[in-house]
Design a protein around this ligand. Structure first.
Ligand code: PLP
Length: 292
């Protein structure tokens, strides 16, 4: 079956999905995206993803009815679900990308008339349960998040920094990169937020550290608070990660992935920690409830 793509209001076979060579998302990275996970045809926290997209779009002046009105939001929801259905997908990785659209040959967004809206979806093959036991190995990136830059809080189509950080980590034989911010505080992974457990408390870098407001991060904090686990969102020293009892990273695709090695040394026992496992189980429970 041909892969079906949603492009600017239409579901088309992949071979017919054509983007302009003058799209400012492609030429200048003037665009945003959301990566979402569908479980049994249900897109987890779709509303939250669309709310983040809308808020981010406003902050970079990417304005259009599809982003700023409730009808627009509803049409995006319908489009995401229609893309899943057209591809007969149940468990999937879904990406919604919005760029400023076609414009002139200079980085002047006023030349862009209407945004490009693109939705792609493919079957998701989750990592095996053993990986959630052994966890990820991470390397410290030589790149830094700039906590003062708006880009650090946006899921923008300028992902080059994240890609370079990931390439570095992979070259060092690791699964993920950990980035500090320009002040030397812990920020996040190349495509994930970071949590650590210290004295039984759950700690994650605050937004002022220059991190993406992750949808999974938000869900994990909700779960922890509902379970009376002490949580802290603040500036975190690198040393705290190195000395943590447990650590994990979060994103919509991985859910919670234990971070068990950092710079060649084990974090805690070097295996998935108890609280991490409990939080992952609770997260999967709220996913199940949402899908029911
Ligand atoms: C840089 C970065 N931080 C955090 C996240 C986690 O975000 P979410 O939980 O919304 O998937 C991502 C997701 O891809 C990311 O790219």
């Amino acid at each position: 079956m041909a892969e079906i793509i949603y492009l600017n209001g239409r579901l088309v076979p992949r071979s017919k999905a054509k983007l302009s060579p003058f799209d400012h998302g492609f030429l200048y990275g003037y665009g945003l995206f959301e990566t979402m996970r569908a479980y049994d045809e249900h897109i987890f926290r779709l509303d939250r993803h669309l709310a983040r997209l809308r808020c981010s779009a406003e902050s970079i002046g990417l304005t259009h009815n599809i982003l700023s009105t409730d009808e627009g939001k509803q049409s995006l929801k319908v489009a995401c679900l229609a893309t899943l259905e057209a591809n007969k997908l149940k468990d999937a990785r879904l990406r919604l990308t919005i760029s400023a659209g076609e414009g002139g040959m200079t980085p002047d967004p006023s030349t862009c008339s209407s945004p490009t809206v693109l939705i792609t979806a493919r079957t998701l093959f989750p990592l095996p349960p053993e990986k959630y036991e052994s966890g990820f190995k991470a390397a410290l990136s030589s790149l830094h998040r700039n906590s003062q830059s708006p880009l650090s809080r946006l899921k923008s189509t300028c992902y080059l920094e994240n890609i370079l950080a990931r390439m570095e980590a992979r070259a060092a034989g690791c699964d993920e990169a950990i980035l500090l911010n320009e002040q030397g505080y812990l920020a996040e992974g190349s495509t994930a937020n970071v949590f650590l457990v210290s004295n039984g408390e759950l700690i994650t870098p605050s937004f002022e550290s220059g991190v993406l407001p992750g949808i999974t991060r938000e869900a994990v904090l909700e779960i922890a608070r509902a379970s009376n686990i002490e949580t802290q969102e603040r500036q975190v020293e690198l040393k705290e990660l190195i000395e943590a009892e447990e650590a994990f990273i979060t994103n919509s695709i991985l859910e919670l992935m234990p971070l068990t090695w950092f710079e060649g040394k084990p974090i805690g026992s070097g295996k998935a920690g108890q609280l991490t496992k409990e939080l992952l189980a609770s997260y999967r429970k709220i996913v199940d409830e949402a899908v029911k």
